[in-house]
Design a protein around this ligand. Sequence first.
Ligand SMILES: Cc1cc2nc3c(=O)[nH]c(=O)nc-3n(C[C@H](O)[C@H](O)[C@H](O)COP(=O)(O)OP(=O)(O)OC[C@H]3O[C@@H](n4cnc5c(N)ncnc54)[C@H](O)[C@@H]3O)c2cc1C
Length: 451
Amino acid sequence: VKAGVGGPPLLDALRAAVGEAHVLLGADAAGYEVDWTGRFAGTAAAVVRPGSTEQVVAVVRACATHGVPVVPRGGGTGLVGGAVPRAGAVVCSLERLTAVGDVDPTTPSVVAGAGATLAAVDAAAARHGLAVGVDLAARDAATVGGMVATDAGGTRVVAHGTMRRHVLAVRAVLADGSVVGRVPGLVKDAGGYDLAQLLAGSEGTLGIITAVHLRLVPRPAATTTAVVGCGDVADVLDRVAAARRTGPLLAAELLQASGVRLVAAHLGVPPPLPEPLPALLLLLEVAGTPDDAAVAALVGGRPAAVALDAADARRLRAVREGHAEAVQRAAAALGRVPRKLDVTVPPGALADVLAELDRRDPAAVAFGHVADGTLHVALLGAAADEDEAALLRLVADAGGSIASEHGVGAAKAHLLHLIRTPAEVAALRALKRALDPEGLLNPGVLLPPAP
Ligand SMILES: Cc1cc2nc3c(=O)[nH]c(=O)nc-3n(C[C@H](O)[C@H](O)[C@H](O)COP(=O)(O)OP(=O)(O)OC[C@H]3O[C@@H](n4cnc5c(N)ncnc54)[C@H](O)[C@@H]3O)c2cc1C
């Protein structure tokens, strides 16, 4: 830790900012120094847990004085190493900012602290027949601040879009300690550059979000949930189109037989369809309770499991949601940490990408939100850096994205050129320099080191 200029040493300044009990060191800090996958880890100068926006300001000022970088951290469920300290940075955990305000059913919207979990905010919305428009399996730990910072996606994107679409306003602390953002915000406010939208997807590199004003969506009164067996990728895309004709499509999740077997074993339940499983399966959720003819149109004569009640639907969803954990455990059994890819694949390239994946790593498991092109891949074999880079290049060359919804993080900053032109990277750098000239906030994330 660098000696401060004209101030107390860093740790004293941090203790003064947040109180001694909320400055964690050594073993107490360990849980904040690694990401959910275990692939990315570092050592923090300290972990601080501010309890208010003012305390975040004091933390940022103390770190700026000492020239020590700050890494914002929400629930630590990110999968690209974005909330992991590098170079002895201070980790600023927002976990104490958990207040969820009253739901405004007129807008409809709610204000929440950045550290409130998705589950907590959604539970508040549910009491008014509303929901957060983004849903993901890490809902009990992922925070709304982290979700805005990563522009999170998830299963409901096909219906409601990604997190940025739901952001009405944020309050954030910038690198110079200034506080920006009016919370609650307004549904209409055409007052120039939209800082909230700039911070959405900025992965902690432009500001530390302390509060979020989120739009809410109607909670579907009933849903029809089914797992449909499909012969090949063309068949999957055909069923997605059929589902769109059946009713408002809420989710379309691609699964592979190998992944479904892994999750079923992990959960100790039978697979949703009898063996031998079709190579590809599709979890579909449509709003409403369609009649028998509509369900028949959804399934289209394929082997299928259709939920008869809410408990059935939960069981079918669990097969999709169990993938991340099952894959993690399977890799651990092999003594490995899975390499995870999070890519957007244009529909026309999906079959080629899956074939190349199988060629490079037959043990790989792929799944994802197929209606919006998201494919999550866990490389479980002895895949090397070059396999990972080749797959990402294949996706980029096909017009896809190497960062579908988890962000760029530390994992893919060096590959940003695959999806952004030099002019675009220069524009991103100019924004970063303007708001954070000293590179205090989350250096090494999103942007590659300056040439
Ligand atoms: C089982 C599982 C399933 C998942 N499914 C999905 C999915 O379907 N879709 C999806 O998009 N993601 C998914 N994820 C990834 C993850 O949940 C999301 O990226 C989520 O948005 C991260 O939120 P977090 O609070 O855990 O953020 P963290 O992991 O703590 O941080 C993520 C990034 O945001 C920054 N950050 C965090 N909080 C703030 C803040 N207050 N201000 C500024 N920057 C901040 C961090 O610096 C870091 O760069 C999944 C993860 C798991 C473990």
